[in-house]
Ligand binder design. Structure first.
Ligand code: 13P
Ligand code: MG
Ligand code: MG
Length: 404
């Protein structure tokens, strides 16, 4: 049978700031999820939170973008919003950006990652005798937060020795999305290892380019799906950080969980954190962790599952970052965070102008820019100055331009 895995995640309110949803909110979403399983809409479902974001992980046979599945999630988030409102929680309904999406809720605010595959877990199935997958959920960061770790997990044998095995040696196709293009999904497929450097030059820009999906070049099977969307591009203003989710199939023809998790030991710097406008390291944390760190701190959780023949998975799960081995990484992440916070607003500690998520920051800068004027004592002093303010062309600049 064809199985779809869907992860639908939203911040619809949290306690005392952007920390975590309340137990009542989680219980309401859980009750709805169980009802959806009972009614046959879903095969199975698992509800958790990462920071202030509630994630519903579901399996079903209805395909990606299914109206019924998406509407179920939307209504569950609406009910949690109502609870958040009743209890006066912060940011109630924050990620529900439109009034009532008619079908698919992708682009309506919640983060959505989905993938579909043939599921026949028997010993004679050469491709997938067993199906295992993991779900990443990150809070206080932009959608490109997985660019580096997923690139390393799927393209760098220094992190994934499995890439040197016959099943993976042809590499993986990265479907990269230009998140600045608001007209639609603007995507480009590049193959690793052939296009290794081209993939890197795009993925280095976490704020603009994101991994949309990854597929095996040998088997054509989709390995990963990421919710790569910019909320501020949807809402037209800052409403909260994108806080991406991802589904990654593991083992066999795909990298093993340890190969995928190991790049997170870098606790690499990402855009996000307080007011979505800073640069801070991504700390791997257990599932259901609240954000109460020093100055927020971006966090990521990683939960693993196995899928039985009937598409069920939630009776047991494994929390990959809930292990003493990750304590040293958390310590390192916090040390990196403190070092960055030491320089407050200066330079690399905050995102550049166009990425400052609080438009208020930009408004203040724009106001100040309007007040700049050429100092009267300098007027006319620069013989190269042009009246229109453009920089004059020097010989050196003309030569450089010709080289490009
Ligand atoms: P969230 O996107 O997680 O709500 O965080 C927003 C924020 O600005 C935190 O300071
Ligand atoms: Mg929030
Ligand atoms: Mg959040």
């Amino acid at each position: 049978m064809k199985i779809t895995l869907s992860v639908l995640k939203a911040d619809v309110g949290s306690i005392g700031g952007h920390t975590k949803p309340s137990q009542q909110m989680l219980a309401a979403v859980e009750t709805r999820a169980q009802a959806a399983v009972k009614s046959g809409l879903l095969l199975d479902a698992f509800v958790s939170h990462t920071g202030d974001d509630i994630a519903i992980i579901a399996s079903h046979t209805r395909g990606p973008g299914n109206t019924l599945v998406h509407q179920f999630a939307w209504n569950a988030f609406l009910e949690a919003t109502a609870i958040a409102q009743r209890h006066g929680l912060y940011g109630a309904g924050q990620d529900l950006l439109v009034d009532a999406p008619s079908g698919n809720i992708r682009g309506a605010g919640p983060a959505v990652a989905e993938l579909e595959f043939d599921h026949n877990p028997v010993k004679t199935n050469k491709l997938r005798p067993a199906e295992s997958f993991l779900v990443l959920a990150a809070d206080k960061c932009g959608p490109g937060a997985y660019n580096l770790p997923l690139f390393l997990g799927f393209a760098d044998p220094m992190h994934c020795a499995g890439l040197m095995l016959p099943k993976m040696i042809k590499g993986f196709t990265f479907r990269i999305i230009d998140m600045d293009n608001t007209k639609g999904d603007s995507v480009l497929e590049l193959n690793a290892p052939d296009d290794y450097y081209r993939i890197a030059i795009l993925l280095r820009d976490n704020e603009r380019f994101g991994i949309d999906s990854i597929s095996s070049r040998t088997y054509g099977e989709q390995a990963a799906a990421v919710s790569a969307q910019r909320m501020h591009n949807i809402a037209g203003t800052y409403t909260g950080k994108d806080d991406p989710v991802a589904i990654v199939r593991t083992q066999g023809v795909f990298p093993a969980p340890e190969e995928l998790a190991s790049p997170f030991a870098k606790a690499h710097f990402v855009g996000g954190d307080a007011r979505g406008s800073h640069v801070m390291p991504l700390m791997p944390v257990p599932l259901n962790t609240a954000v109460t760190g020093i100055y927020c701190l971006p966090i990521v959780s990683c939960v693993g599952f196995s899928l039985d023949a009937g598409g069920r998975f939630s009776s047991s799960s494994i929390d990959f970052f809930d292990n003493v081995a990750w304590d040293v990484v958390r310590q390192r992440a916090q040390e990196k965070a403190l070092a960055m916070r030491d320089q407050g607003w200066s330079g690399a500690a905050m995102l550049p102008y166009h990425e400052l998520e609080y438009s208020g920051f930009r408004d203040v800068i724009t106001d100040l820019l309007g007040r700049f004027a050429i100092a009267p004592e300098n007027a006319g002093r620069n013989p190269n100055a042009r009246r229109d303010g453009a920089r004059p062309k020097t010989k050196a600049r003309t030569r450089q331009a010709g080289k490009r």
